[in-house]
Ligand binder design. Structure first.
Ligand code: CO
Length: 151
């Protein structure tokens, strides 16, 4: 019944861009700070994007050795193992096992005042698949994560 309130007012463009409850997008700007959290816990990516572009920006005061964050994407089924293996890889490897094939995309670890961006093709992502983004800094992954939805 709610839909009738808006009928005739919603443009075709808006219907195209807003599938379901959230906007599917190609570009994501994610803020992080001195807490172990991303500002969002869900991202909705459009499988039709040429590339998916993710930027992570650290607005806190703490250096990356203390409160570093990255943005790592894997299948949800792989996420815990990727994070655990990454713990020992060190900051120089952004706390990820080098050449870990389970990692779909990732930024570098950033600290206070830093940012990093990554662009990747959505061709390896299945619409409706189960994906998790997380920070692989030791101790963060268990609380610093979210869901990536592909539409
Ligand atoms: Co973190």
């Amino acid at each position: 019944m709610q839909a009738s309130i808006f009928s005739g007012q919603v443009t075709a463009a808006a219907i195209f861009l807003c599938v379901g409850s959230a906007h599917a997008a190609c570009d994501f700007d994610i803020a992080v700070n001195d807490s172990m959290s991303f500002e969002i816990n869900e991202m909705v990516a459009d499988s039709g994007c040429e590339t998916i572009n993710v930027r992570i920006s650290h607005s806190g005061q703490l250096a990356k050795a203390t409160m570093g964050h990255n943005w790592v994407l894997s299948k949800t089924a792989d996420y815990q193992a990727v994070a655990t293996d990454g713990m020992n890889a060190g900051l120089e490897n952004d706390y990820l096992k080098p050449d870990d094939a389970r990692v779909i995309a990732h930024t570098k670890i950033v600290g206070a005042g830093e940012s990093d961006s990554i662009s990747f093709s959505p061709s390896g992502l299945e619409p409706g698949g189960d994906y998790t983004f997380f920070c692989s800094f030791p101790g963060h992954w268990a609380v610093m994560y979210g869901k990536l939805v592909v539409q």
